[in-house]
Design a protein around this ligand. Structure first.
Ligand code: HEC
Ligand code: HEC
Ligand code: HEC
Ligand code: HEC
Ligand code: HEC
Length: 634
């Protein structure tokens, strides 16, 4: 029964996938550049680098690659570098990348002879080709193919991988860090292996030479079905829909439909869902300077969700930050912004949440430091916060578009949660409303909002010179891309009407360096820039529309004299970790920035950023290696 069901599912997903192919293939002259971030770690054409841990991805079966990419995005695999790279990308785009690498077949590198004892290698060979000889362990070759080169389209080969990588993967299955779609055969097999068998089979596999032309065999479908395979998600079938729309039932009331849009404006799913878990069932940790707070289960489950809540309870939580049983809620839940929801908005949101499937998932208690772990302190916080200056609606506030825009930005959009500097207790500093702020926990800087904002950035995540990264990429992917054009325009109108002074707040900049150090830094940085960066970002950092952001542009107001460069923390993070702009309906196949964490030392990264800041006459100063080191940790 299960086999029949998953057979049908595979068949359906294959149809869906392959119906995407022609679209992808037509537009694809530039795929090598689109996957430049991948080859930075995985080697030229995905052939793996000789020294490293990064696995070869070239020539692996397409459905296997695709399911792994979904796995990193949806929580079945957890390597942070990979998770960060693919987190904003869509199913369709990940499939296209999988296809790109599956079709490449650069030669395998040579394999160094193993220094392992012959007895160990013999044990490894036996496990791989024969198994344990009793019922306990099947031969690895029984699934991975007689020559261990894998089976198309799903089963990966086991040769051509490093010993470290093999050990890490088998270890990850045994401690639960790696999971495959159910039924997870490998979890089952690894559980039955002894420690010495794991290390022996890894040693033997890593010592096997691979024929230059090795390819997966073409008969792997049966194993794919017995061992689980990827599922076709709703987004694949129906195109991009917001998380809320995807969970709106066909027979939903008009109120619930309005509520779904409000949930999209407020990005409720962005915090209340875990990757790969049912939407709105909660569980995500919101990191704050005071500790981690978990977003609750807000599906209508009776015990673990809001199944017992009345519309009044819900309205009070949303607008006053008080839970059903009377305890106060931490402002990591941005209720001070949601206080701008009217009673009828709240009822619509409530109607939307009530029609979700109830999911049983117990909410986790916050992990906070004293005295913040005491919810009583929130009464004080609430009192202080209510004193904050109300944002000014600019003059001409009779304009309905401006009124709508102000409500969107300062209400459901909760833009100030990141873009407004915070006071001592985490409350908004009303005198610097949307003026730009360092985000204390993750070290990003959310720039001041104002003057020249372009609707395309908010809607698609790219405009003439910018491409959104990091937390802003998530806001656009989860919320802004689904706002109506009228609402995007209204929000932009309001942002443009903010007083000019507002956007002149600057992030903290780097250390003061001696003139001679700066000179040395600039000279070295220029060389690095020309070699590693200019191809994409242009000789003078002008960028290329849609493909790489401008790294400098004239500062607002004072044309020519000074230029702006990317604020320091964001620039350091971009160079260390790389990343993609969000995949949105307006920019479905975004380009990405390769990570230079391993390739460039902290000093080299400081040099290239100092070169940019100093020789392009920007307002930011020189950057030291210590500045870069601050962000290496996360
Ligand atoms: C910062 C370095 C880095 C970048 C950039 C990167 N990867 Fe990876 N990738 C890794 C590491 C490390 C692993 C192994 C993860 C593990 O141990 O689970 C991996 C694993 C994978 C796997 C699983 C391979 C297997 O055999 O199971 C695939 C597929 C993959 N990457 C594809 C990509 C694609 C496509 C991109 C670009 C969109 C990319 N990677 C970018 C570091 C990177
Ligand atoms: C019953 C079938 C089956 C058997 C037997 C089996 N495997 Fe697997 N193996 C799989 C499947 C399916 C996957 C893909 C899992 C996924 O989608 O993440 C896999 C993946 C792997 C991977 C990950 C490859 C990569 O590129 O990351 C390793 C390593 C591995 N198997 C090692 C072994 C070893 C060693 C043995 C023998 C002890 C073995 N397998 C036996 C089914 C099997
Ligand atoms: C920035 C992250 C974030 C966003 C966005 C967010 N929430 Fe929450 N929410 C939280 C956190 C964290 C908590 C738990 C607070 C606590 O435990 O004190 C929470 C708690 C709640 C509660 C109280 C549940 C209970 O059992 O007490 C409700 C109801 C709720 N959120 C609804 C919503 C709705 C509706 C939206 C969208 C309009 C939304 N949230 C958007 C983070 C968020
Ligand atoms: C979770 C935190 C967060 C929230 C919420 C958020 N932003 Fe951002 N925003 C950022 C960060 C961080 C950046 C810098 C991104 C980068 O460097 O690519 C940014 C960048 C921007 C920029 C580009 C600024 C520039 O100078 O280039 C605009 C415009 C913007 N955000 C608008 C908004 C609007 C409008 C909202 C509310 C609907 C919003 N943001 C909500 C964190 C956030
Ligand atoms: C393959 C093309 C490519 C190369 C090579 C490249 N970049 Fe990028 N870079 C990008 C893309 C695309 C983005 C946007 C990423 C995003 O939105 O997440 C970006 C983003 C950035 C940002 C952040 C800009 C912002 O406004 O948030 C900085 C800073 C940056 N790159 C600097 C560099 C430096 C320094 C180098 C050389 C060491 C370099 N880049 C090499 C494509 C590239």
């Amino acid at each position: 029964m299960r086999l029949g069901h998953s057979l049908l599912r595979l068949f359906l997903s294959v149809i869906c996938l392959f119906s995407l192919v022609p679209i992808a293939a037509r537009a694809d002259a530039d795929m090598a550049r689109r996957v430049a971030p991948c080859t930075q770690c995985h080697g030229d054409e995905g052939r793996a680098t000789p020294d490293g841990y990064y696995p070869r991805i070239a020539g692996k079966p397409v459905a296997y690659l695709y399911s792994q990419l979904l796995g990193f995005r949806d929580g079945r695999r957890t390597h942070p570098a990979m998770v960060g790279i693919v987190s904003g990308l869509s199913d369709a785009y990940l499939f296209e990348m999988a296809q790109h690498f599956a079709n490449l077949n650069p030669p395998y590198g040579s394999v160094a002879a193993s220094s392992e004892k012959p007895a160990v290698l013999a044990l490894g060979e036996r496990i791989a080709l024969i198994g344990s000889g009793d019922d306990r362990l099947p031969a690895c070759a029984s699934c991975h193919g007689q020559s261990l080169t894998g089976l198309d389209p799903v089963m990966p080969g086991l040769t051509g991988l490093s010993r470290d990588y093999l050990n890490a993967q088998l270890g990850a299955w045994s401690n639960g860090a790696r999971k495959a779609a159910a039924p997870d055969c490998m979890a089952d097999i690894v559980k039955r292996m002894r420690g010495e068998e794991i290390s022996a089979v890894a040693a033997w596999l890593a010592s096997q030479p691979v024929a230059k032309t090795a390819r997966p065999d073409m008969q792997g479908r049966r194993f794919a079905l017995e061992c689980g395979t990827h599922k076709a998600g709703p987004r694949q079938v129906a195109g991009l829909r917001s998380e809320a729309d995807a969970h709106l039932k066909a027979d939903a009331s008009a109120s619930a439909r309005r509520g779904a849009y409000l949930a999209t404006l407020g990005n409720c799913a962005g915090c209340h869902s875990m990757p790969g878990k049912p939407a709105f069932a909660g569980g995500q940790a919101i990191e704050t300077p005071y500790g981690a707070i978990y977003a609750n289960n807000i599906t209508p489950h009776i015990e673990t969700g809001i199944g017992r809540w009345s519309a009044d309870d819900f309205y009070r939580a949303l607008t006053q930050g008080i839970s059903r049983d009377g305890h106060r809620l931490y402002p990591a839940f941005p209720w001070p912004y949601y206080a701008r929801f009217s009673r009828s908005d709240s009822d619509d949101l409530y109607a939307f949440l009530r029609q979700l499937d109830p999911i049983e998932q117990v909410p986790r208690a916050p992990r906070l430091r004293f005295p913040y772990d005491w919810r009583g302190s929130l009464a004080f916080w609430t009192a202080t916060n209510s004193l904050r200056k109300k944002p000014d609606v600019p003059a001409a506030s009779a304009d309905p578009q401006l009124i709508r825009g102000e409500w969107l930005v300062n209400g459901p959009g909760h833009c100030g949660a990141c873009h407004t500097p915070k006071g001592l207790l985490g409350q908004d500093d009303g005198s610097r409303h949307l003026a730009g702020a360092d985000m204390p926990v993750n070290g990003w800087y959310a720039p001041g909002l104002g003057a020249s904002d372009d609707a395309r950035y908010l809607h698609a995540g790219v405009d003439e010179r910018r491409m959104a990264a990091g937390p802003m990429a998530h806001v656009i992917a989860g919320s802004l891309q689904f706002w109506t054009a009228a609402d995007i325009d209204a929000a932009r109108r309001y942002i443009q009407s903010l007083p000019a002074a507002v956007s002149r707040q600057r992030p903290s900049t780097g250390a003061a360096l001696a003139a001679s150090d700066i000179e040395r830094s600039v000279a070295n940085g220029e060389k690095i820039y020309r070699r590693q960066c200019a191809d994409c970002h242009g000789e003078r950092g002008g960028g290329e529309v849609g493909k790489a952001p401008a790294l400098q542009w004239p500062a607002r107001g004072d044309k020519g004299a000074v230029s702006r460069v990317t604020p320091l923390p964001n620039a350091v993070r971009a160079v260390l970790n790389g990343g993609y702009a969000p995949a949105t309906s307006g920019n479905p196949r975004p380009y990405g920035m390769p990570p230079f964490r391993n390739e460039l030392s902290s000093q080299a990264i400081a040099d290239v950023l100092t070169f940019m800041a100093v020789s392009w006459k920007s307002e930011s100063g020189a950057v030291s290696a210590a500045d870069v080191d601050r962000y290496r940790g996360n």
